[in-house]
Ligand binder design. Structure first.
Ligand code: ADP
Ligand code: ZN
Length: 415
């Protein structure tokens, strides 16, 4: 059963009237200004795509005057031009409400000590969890990501009970805690998201850290984390349908799919003021589940995200497109556009990205030039994409060639 259809329809019509009034982009896109008569008509509205965010960068999709925007966040985006999202005071209150709810669904309360190891800064994860945890009233330790030895120390010294970070970083922390010995911690819950992770990984994390691991979902375009969260059943993520309207579509035809059929998640933010978004194609693959959950939540669930419909890689929570790497490589004289990306999850449990690339034939066979090319490529990827990769410069024609689409990505994480 869909969540409160009449209320939702009224929210849709208020949203449509608002964006038609204040965002030229949507006024043009949406055409006729007739209100919707039923939620079925939502499927007749146009989608919004990531390229629209890029084209409207930075503030073209904002629906309020600049003086009402009190916070900006941003994600790395696809082709250099990032995705920007803004918040009014009301939006921050709404985000705080969603994040408080996220925490409550995962049994967090005022007595908890929450260590927030999501990155603070432009990334929505760190400040989103900070906001929710502070407004719930638990004790927040704002470690941000990284400095693993200190994180492990604080988990013990401050008696951390709740850990929030990416699932891959949770395993790094588990490893650090194990290495230093010292017996069990007070950890009891972990809220992990920003990248896909499997049930197998949940098992590993829960065993290694001695906590219950919950999956949290969100994205910058919709305002960050706090779109959907698992409940204590850990069996699908409840979507906060009073704020976000979910659909699952066939990624090829764009047609709506019934609950139970896998497809691409499409989301609308019903109440965000500064950066509302209509029918956003997330490219994330999931299944809508409209069966009631034993926890009693009014919100429908979606299954864990299984991947993306496009080729975006998520390396340690950072979004990377092969095309971005290609651009960097092609900007370096002496390297060619023949490359392959090998993604792996090494012993450290962190995702690693190795870039195999060929140097141009005949540039020179001096072996000293290869280390220089390698260092330069690594430095430029780090500088332009904020990502540490290792580059291997190979002689010409070392990489396999294919007839049709080149195989650019070898993802060993799934093997
Ligand atoms: P953030 O990482 O802050 O949520 P980004 O906009 O950088 O925001 O990335 C959003 C993307 O991250 C989503 O579209 C999705 O592909 C991925 N993602 C976020 N949370 C999850 C999750 N729990 N499971 C799988 N993928 C996720
Ligand atoms: Zn539930």
């Amino acid at each position: 059963m869909a969540y409160l259809p009449e209320v939702t329809l009224a929210r849709w019509n208020a949203l449509l009237a608002r964006v038609r009034r204040s965002v030229p982009f949507y006024r043009e896109r949406l055409g006729s200004d007739r209100p919707l008569e039923s939620l079925e008509q939502v499927t007749e509205l146009p989608f919004t795509e990531k390229t629209d965010f890029r084209d409207q960068y930075p503030f073209g999709m904002f629906a309020v005057p600049p003086e009402q925007v009190i916070r900006l966040h941003m994600s790395s985006g696809t082709t250099g031009r990032p995705v920007v999202t803004g918040y009014t005071r009301g939006d921050l209150a709404l985000w705080a409400e969603c994040m408080r709810r996220v925490l409550r669904y995962c049994t967090v309360n005022e007595t908890d000590v929450l260590q927030n190891a999501y990155g603070y800064g432009l990334f929505t994860g760190g400040l989103g969890f900070h906001l929710g945890a502070e407004s719930l009233g638990c004790t927040v330790i704002p470690t941000s990501s990284g400095v693993t030895a200190r994180q492990a120390m604080l988990i013990r010294d401050f008696g951390t009970t709740v850990l929030t970070c990416t699932p891959s970083y949770a395993l790094v922390l588990a490893e650090a805690l194990r290495r230093e010995g010292g017996g069990p911690t007070r950890l009891r819950a972990g809220i992990f998201g920003a990248e896909p992770w499997t049930e197998a990984m949940r098992g590993q994390i829960e065993a290694a850290l001695g906590l219950r691991a919950y999956d949290v979902y969100g994205l910058t375009e919709l305002g960050g984390p706090g779109v959907a969260i698992e409940c204590s059943r850990q069996d699908g993520l409840h979507i906060f349908e009073d704020h976000f309207y979910p659909e699952v579509i066939d990624p090829v035809s764009g047609r709506g799919l019934p609950a139970g059929t896998p497809g691409e998640l499409v989301l609308t933010s019903l109440r965000r003021e500064a950066s509302p978004v209509i029918r956003y194609r997330t490219r994330d693959r999931t299944v809508l589940d409209d069966t009631p959950c034993p926890c009693g939540s009014r919100f429908r669930r979606m299954r864990k995200i299984t991947g993306r419909t496009d080729d975006m890689l998520i390396i340690r929570g950072e979004n990377v497109f092969p095309s971005q790497i290609e651009e960097v490589l092609l900007g370096i004289p002496g390297l060619t556009g023949n490359y392959q990306l090998v993604v792996d999850r090494g012993q450290s449990r962190l995702d690693s990205l190795e870039v195999l690339v060929e140097h141009a034939p005949g540039i020179d066979e001096d072996e000293h030039s290869h280390p220089l090319l390698r260092l330069r490529a690594e430095a430029e990827v780090r500088e332009r994409l904020g990502l540490n990769v290792s580059v291997l410069v190979l002689p010409p024609f070392s990489l396999p060639r294919s007839e049709g689409k080149a195989v650019r990505i070898i993802d060993r994480r799934q093997q």
